[in-house]
Write a protein that binds this ligand. Structure first.
Ligand code: G6P
Length: 609
């Protein structure tokens, strides 16, 4: 949550900071602010609301100077307001801080500092950091930040400037992300690389409990005891254009359209039809370990959790390994049964979701080997896991996840096929049929995206309804939950996903002509049962939109409207079903008018518990 940026160089800092914040706005948009060192002092400008209101405020008199920091906020401590907006400063405005994370002992520190005469002007935990650094400051910002960090509990990425040391930015982090972008005579800081990709692709991912001193000439790092730390430079292969809207009205629509490419990228080098094999270099799990796994625990939140639901079906069906899935926020508090024969699979687009990362640590500490399925190279999940399977979706900017979800599904299918190959749980004909089907998925997703004018008509019909019920069976239960989540996130409409067989135990009571049912009825073992469930809804005056296969004529007699997807293996159908569900959510939201890429109250990367 919250995005932070920093710049030190020879260019004007203000436009670079604003540009960086635009790319991080997905992390929060309750308020925004920047601070620029202007030679005399630190010029702080802040505004409640989205970045656009800060931009309007700066239009006629932007701060000048070549060193600065910036912040876009997702409120945790203190409501969204000008006063609570970052940056925050110490008593005399000599030290200014932006922060992402939560300082858990801030009340205790605040009371102590206030008793010592420090005056606070906001309700935030961040302001405490500014005053704490001030209390340790005697002409050496790096030392003051280091000493302050030793007193902080919780999570933080802090970027700090001091009026009296205009040649440096000092950064520190624990559990919240912070990346340094290396330029020539200039350096950048950001919560993720999107903040500075336009300027450099050379990046250093900072460690937990590290302090980084950033000057125009370069950087130096130390741990909290003051010992020097060396870090490798990573070359980022995303380019800045990938984080642009590219002619689409919203990032979400662009990202939906990017799915065929993203799916192909995620398969590339891993699924080879010529060699009749799946290869997963980087997974770092030996064949013996795969044979000895007696259970898998998947750890994820939000959309990634829905991917894990589908992953469970696929792995259990193909590898016969029991799979347990759990919301990361629940897993960690219930003393999960995990040991050295357990494989933990952590699924996270950002690789930074705090609940997921803490769940990872919990499983690891209990002896499990951990594999991360993540989209962000060098993210915490990637760094802390034993092996990584990257989803090559490219940057996902819209808060509502689309291409990250389908590429997570792809990654989990590849794991399922790979484990089945090693454990010998599939006969070769069946394995070949599945590999062939997987290979076809990107092209089939492309077919859906080539023409969906019917779907837009359907969405236009339904956007004034009171809500949606999504029902499905088997592996597509994940699709039902994900479809409902998409609508909720961006339309603010009531929607729920349900196992179709459970309808009769409650949800069917909600059916009326203004409450539409989306029924996933692609070819499957339970197709006939789904038809029965659709009949039950129709018998109660419900209105049904079915997601069915291209050549299915039977469905026409059951549903009011039908959205078509090409036929594939049942196990892989969630990838194709996701596309019309995402488009439905998008066009329903468009009809209703909320901010699609930045829905209210949400943030893309949730680094709070
Ligand atoms: C937030 C986002 C969701 C995402 C979830 C998990 O809630 O809005 O789209 O699925 O976090 O994020 P992760 O980065 O761990 O996949």
């Amino acid at each position: 949550m919250c995005g932070i940026v920093g710049y030190i160089g020879r260019q004007q800092a203000c436009p670079i900071l604003i540009d960086g914040l635009k790319r991080l706005e997905y992390r929060g948009y309750d308020s925004a602010g920047i601070a620029v060192l202007d030679g005399d002092g630190i010029d702080v400008r802040r505004s409640v609301g989205k970045l656009a209101s800060l931009e309007r405020m700066l239009e006629n008199c932007p701060p000048t100077g070549c060193v600065g920091v910036g912040h876009t906020r997702w409120a945790t401590h203190g409501r969204p307001s000008d006063e609570n907006a970052h940056p925050h400063s110490d008593c005399n405005g000599g030290i200014t801080v932006v922060h992402n994370g939560i300082i858990e002992n801030y009340m205790e520190l605040k009371n102590r500092l206030a008793a010592g005469g420090h005056v606070f002007t906001s309700e935030t935990d961040t302001e405490v950091a500014a005053h704490l650094i001030e209390s340790h400051y005697s002409g050496d910002l790096t030392e003051a930040v280091r000493l302050a960090c030793r007193e902080l509990d919780g999570s933080f990425a802090l970027v700090v400037v001091a009026r009296d040391e205009p040649d440096r930015i000092v950064a520190a982090r624990r559990h919240s992300p912070l990346v340094i972008g290396l330029g020539d005579g200039e350096q950048f800081l950001g919560s993720d690389v999107a903040a500075f990709l336009k300027y450099t692709r050379r990046a250093i991912y900072t460690d937990d409990d590290s302090i980084t001193v950033v000057t125009r000439e370069g950087i130096s790092m130390m741990d909290l005891d003051g010992n020097a730390v060396e870090k490798d430079v990573s070359n980022i292969d995303w380019d800045a254009g990938m984080a642009e809207r590219g002619g689409y009205e919203h990032f979400m629509l662009k990202e939906i359209h990017e799915q065929p490419r993203a799916l192909r990228e995620t398969m590339r080098g891993r699924l080879s039809l010529e060699n009749d094999r799946v290869e997963l270099p980087g997974l770092n799990v030996t064949d013996d370990e795969i044979r000895n796994i007696d259970r898998i625990v998947m750890i994820a939140c939000g959309t990634a959790y829905h991917a894990s639901m589908a992953g469970k079906y696929a792995i259990e069906a193909l590898c016969r390994i029991p799979v347990e899935i759990d919301f990361a926020s629940e897993l960690r508090y219930r003393n999960p049964i995990v040991d050295e024969h357990t494989l933990g699979i952590v699924i996270s687009q950002s690789g930074e979701t705090l609940d997921t990362v803490v769940g990872l640590r919990e499983a690891k500490q209990k002896g499990a080997k951990i594999v991360a399925v993540t989209n962000v190279v060098g993210s915490m999940a990637a760094r802390e896991s034993d092996g990584v399977l990257y989803t090559y979706a490219g940057p996902e900017i819209a808060v509502a996840s689309t291409k990250a979800y389908t590429t997570q599904l792809m990654a989990l299918y590849l794991i399922a096929l790979y484990f089945a190959q090693v454990r010998g749980t599939l006969d070769e004909n069946c394995a070949r049929r599945l590999r062939d089907a997987l290979w076809e998925l990107p092209g089939q997703a492309e077919l859906i995206l080539n023409d969906y004018s019917d779907l837009i008509d359907v969405a236009q019909h339904y956007y004034c309804y009171n809500g949606f019920l999504y029902m499905a069976r088997g592996i597509n239960l994940a699709s039902a939950l994900e479809g409902a989540l998409k609508i909720k996130e961006i339309s603010y409409m009531h929607a729920e996903g349900y196992a179709a067989g459970e309808m009769k135990h409650g949800p069917i009571a909600m059916i009326d002509p203004t409450f539409a049912t989306v029924a996933v009825a692609v070819q499957s073992k339970t197709y006939d049962k789904m038809l029965g469930n659709i009949r039950e809804v129709k018998a109660r005056s419900g209105d049904v939109i079915a997601i069915a296969n291209t050549h299915d004529q039977v469905i026409n007699d059951y549903a009011d409207r039908v959205l078509r997807v090409p036929e594939t293996e049942e196990l892989f159908s969630p990838v194709l079903v996701a596309v019309p569900l995402q488009l439905m959510a998008y066009f329903v939201a468009k009809g209703r008018g909320p901010a699609i890429d930045q829905p209210r109250n949400l943030a893309k990367t949730v680094t709070v518990e």
